[in-house]
Structure formats: C-alpha cells, structure tokens
Design a binder for this molecule. Structure first.
Ligand SMILES: Cc1cc2nc3c(=O)[nH]c(=O)nc-3n(C[C@H](O)[C@H](O)[C@H](O)COP(=O)(O)O)c2cc1C
Length: 456
C-alpha cells in the first residue's frame, strides 16, 4: 500500500513509516524481505505491489481480486470463482489494460511467485498460472483494440470511480476497448495521447476547485477532433464543475454527443449505475455501428438466405431487479429441456437487459399473439434514452417473481436464468420455467419468417 497522508489519517495515530518506491527492499526479519513494485493505475493512481521473498507471496492491492467470499482461504474451486474473477477484471482492471501489462512485466522480474494475496477474494495459489494467463490474454486483447473510448475523471472525487466503472462496463459490452485515466494525477502529455488515440471521450466532471483537473480538461479540448464522440457525466461531488459550458465547447468543435449528459443530483443508486452502463453501451454502439454494417454486408448472399429459413416465435422478455426494470423483443428462443422444462434465449452482449439476465436472475417470457403483436413490438423496439421507463403506457401485472407480465400477451412464463454460454457476439442463456399461463386457449404464437439470416 502506498503510504500517503490519507493512510495516516486512517489510523489517527502516529506510527513510524518509510516511504518506498519501485525496486526498494525492506527487511522485516526472519527472511521476510519485502520488495516493492510500482503498478500505477490499477484502480488507484498510486498502486504499489509488495513481494515477500521468503514466502514468494505478492500482495497486489486490488489487482487479481474478485468480489467473492466462501469458507476457502485459497482458490481451490476454479469453476466457482471464474465468473467473479472475470467480472471484476472487466469492471476494474480492463480499462487499465496497458498499465496491467506493464505491471505483469515487472512481476516477471521478481522470480517465482507462489501466491497472489489480493485485497478482495481468495488467495490465488492452486490456479495461479491459469489466472495470471487469463489476465495477460484479456489485457492484450483490450490493449490491441483498434477502437477505444477514453474515460477521464478525478477518481478520488464524489462517486466518480464507481460511475466511471459502470460506463466502462457498458462500453466493453460492445466489444470496443476502454481506457480510464485520472485527470488529477496523469500528466497532460498522457491525457492528450490517449484523447488523440480514442474514438470516443467520456468526462466525469471534476470539482471546480481541482486546478490540475480543470487544466487537464482544457488540454482535452485542445486535442479533440470533430470525428470523435463525447459523453459527459456528473460525479455527485459537493462542487462539480457545471456540465453545460463544457458541453457547449465540445459541440462547437463539431463532435457528436453519444448520450445526453448524465446529471446526478442524488446519491447514486443501482438505477444510476445501470443508466451509466447504458450510456457506455450507447457510445460503444455508436462507434461500432458502421463497422458492423460493413461486416454484415460482406456475408455470402446464398448462405444468409438459407439461414433466413430458420424461423421462430416472437416474445417480449420482461425483468425487474431491485428498482430497475428492463424489456427486450426476442425471437431467438428455443425449447431446450423437458425435465425441468427449459429453453434457451440468445441475448446480444451489448443489450441493456444483459445485466438483469445473469445466472440466478428471474424474468418473464411473454409470448406474442399472431395478428395482435404489431403495437407491442413497435413499443419495445423504440429507442429510449438510458434510464427511461420501458413500460410507460403498457398494461402490466406483476408475476410471483416480481417481474412485469404484459397483459396483452398470449401466454407468459415465469423463468430463471440457470446458466450461460458465451457464443461470439451473444450469450446463450439456459432458463427454466417455474410457472405459466395461457390467456387465450385458441390463440396462436406470432411467427417470425425472415428472408435473410444476418438479422433477427
Ligand atoms: C424481430 C426481432 C427479434 C429480435 N430478437 C432478438 C433476440 O432474440 N436477441 C437479442 O439479443 N436481440 C433481439 N432483437 C433485438 C432487440 O430486440 C432490440 O434491438 C433491443 O431491444 C434494443 O435494445 P438495446 O437498447 O439493449 O440495444 C430482435 C429484434 C427484432 C426486430
């Protein structure tokens, strides 16, 4: 841990200290010689790893962590921790992939590392090589991304780091790279280099009194080009710099605004983080739209016509998790098991609903009726601003699992997501059915006939 003034304020008691830098060693006795490795930006600008040569244990602060807790001290069950290990990486480490690759290179110079003792989750020991390789591969993929969104904020201000992490998560869902940079500690050259390289720029408004961050924002304005997209959000600090004057300056430069400025007036809730995640997805989707259209056009015409003969029904998935609800028109739904009754649904990775459809989550599958679905379909395909109410003007009832049932649906099923498989640009979710009703016994399911297989 870096020994900053903040650390002293935490203890409220004076203690003897020595400030260390990369490469320094401190002998704690009995062979425990600690070596320090500077690993900046791994969630905090001043992260330092500490290596105990005797036990070959590397203390990594937030890096290699996960929000997972069980009775095991060690990573003895790889299957149990995999998903959390990946999720934590995506949220907190992925946006700093370049810094992570630098830190891992320095780790290589320490010699054999037997244990990684991180600040969150089990100690990594049994599967250390596999987990290190995962970090390396994911970071290389991120660092190589051709299209990058740069997220700038003063990370120690308001809720900015958590809000920025939600945006990064949303961007990553679209397959676009994301890098986060601290406006207070990064030097202006680093800031301008990243801003110059990025196709999209997101700024969390720094406090008015932070002179360094204000100067950094000015240097961003100096390098922004009209082909870039921007997005702005408040950090819910006491003294956020107002959004509008900055927004005006960017618009005057001719840049596209990827999402309406997010103005946070109350303590962030789950809905706020969802809103920011959706804003991140919006900027990512804006940047990849043209590339995706080109890829779809390049498909073999006969093959796509043949695939188009796969037909399916039409459904609306509806969910509610704490105070957030979501809905999506879906046709890639297919029954998959008899006991228990189960089916699969393919959900694109960049769908807003993705975060409400994780393993263990509940939802309702509403079946649309042939000859009676156009209005509902149109309603649920409308593009809404992040955070808008998907159900405004739609008749609903509440299912036992708390999710909305569409009153006009032909049938509904209460379901739970059991497992998922990653399939390129979609997640295939295997779901089981807990309950269900048909509202019109003679009604027929709406069928989706397509001409080509390169869209739903
Ligand atoms: C006929 C039709 C069927 C669709 N089926 C699916 C589907 O099975 N899976 C999916 O991820 N998206 C599907 N979509 C796309 C989504 O319904 C739609 O783009 C989405 O609701 C937009 O949400 P977003 O804000 O998350 O991008 C379908 C779209 C149409 C027009």
């Amino acid at each position: 841990m870096p020994l900053s003034l903040d650390a002293i304020n935490l203890t409220h008691d004076p203690f003897s200290k020595r400030i260390v830098k990369s490469g320094d060693r401190v002998d704690l006795g009995q062979g425990h010689e600690m070596e320090f490795v500077s690993a900046p930006n791994l969630h905090w600008p001043d992260t330092i790893f500490s290596f105990d040569h005797r036990t070959q244990t590397l203390f990594t602060c937030d890096a290699f962590g996960m929000h997972y807790c069980s009775d095991s001290t060690f990573d003895d069950n790889l299957e149990a921790i995999e998903a959390d290990f990946r999720f934590y990486y995506d949220c907190l480490m992925g946006p700093n992939a370049r810094s992570l690759l630098n830190a891992m290179k320095k780790m290589g110079d320490l010699g054999k590392i037997k244990i990684i003792a991180n600040g969150h989750g089990p100690l990594l020991y049994h599967n250390l090589d596999i987990l290190r390789e995962c970090y390396h591969n994911w970071s290389q993929k991120q660092a190589k991304a051709e299209t990058v969104v740069a997220v700038f904020c003063a990370t120690d201000y308001g809720y900015s780091d958590r809000l920025a992490a939600a945006i990064c998560q949303g961007v990553q869902k679209t397959g676009v790279g994301v890098e986060i940079m601290d406006l207070t500690t990064a030097d202006s050259q680093e800031i301008q280099e990243l801003a110059h390289r990025a196709a999209g720029i997101v700024i969390g408004m720094p406090p008015s009194a932070n002179v360094a961050a204000q100067a950094a924002v000015s240097s961003l304005l100096a390098v922004t080009k009209d082909k870039q997209s921007i997005g702005l959000f408040e950090c819910y600090g006491n003294d956020d710099e107002p959004i509008d004057p900055l927004r005006r300056k960017f618009i005057d430069l001719g840049v596209k605004e990827a999402f309406p400025a997010v103005r946070i007036k109350e303590t962030p809730t789950a809905a706020t983080y969802q809103l920011l995640e959706e804003a991140g997805t919006d900027i990512g989707q804006l940047l990849v739209r043209e590339r995706n259209i080109k890829q779809i056009k390049a498909l073999d015409v006969n093959m796509e016509k043949a695939l188009g003969r796969i037909s399916s029904g039409l459904y609306i998935i509806t969910t509610k998790k704490s105070d957030i609800n979501g809905a999506m028109l879906a046709s890639w739904v297919a029954q998959a098991s008899l006991q228990p009754l189960g089916f699969t649904v393919a959900v694109a990775k960049d769908r807003a609903i993705d975060s409400l459809m994780q393993e263990g989550d509940s939802f309702v599958l509403n079946v649309l009726e042939e000859g009676n679905y156009q209005e509902i379909k149109k309603h649920f395909l409308k593009r809404l601003y992040p955070g808008a109410d998907r159900f405004a003007g739609v008749k609903t009832q509440t299912a036992n699992n708390g999710c909305p049932i569409l009153t006009d649906a032909l049938a509904y099923m209460e379901c739970e997501v059991v497992s998922s498989i990653e399939c390129s640009d979609h997640w295939i979710l295997y779901c089981t059915v807990k309950d269900g009703r048909v509202s019109k016994p003679n009604g027929l399911t709406a069928v989706r006939h397509r001409k080509v297989g390169n869209y739903y």
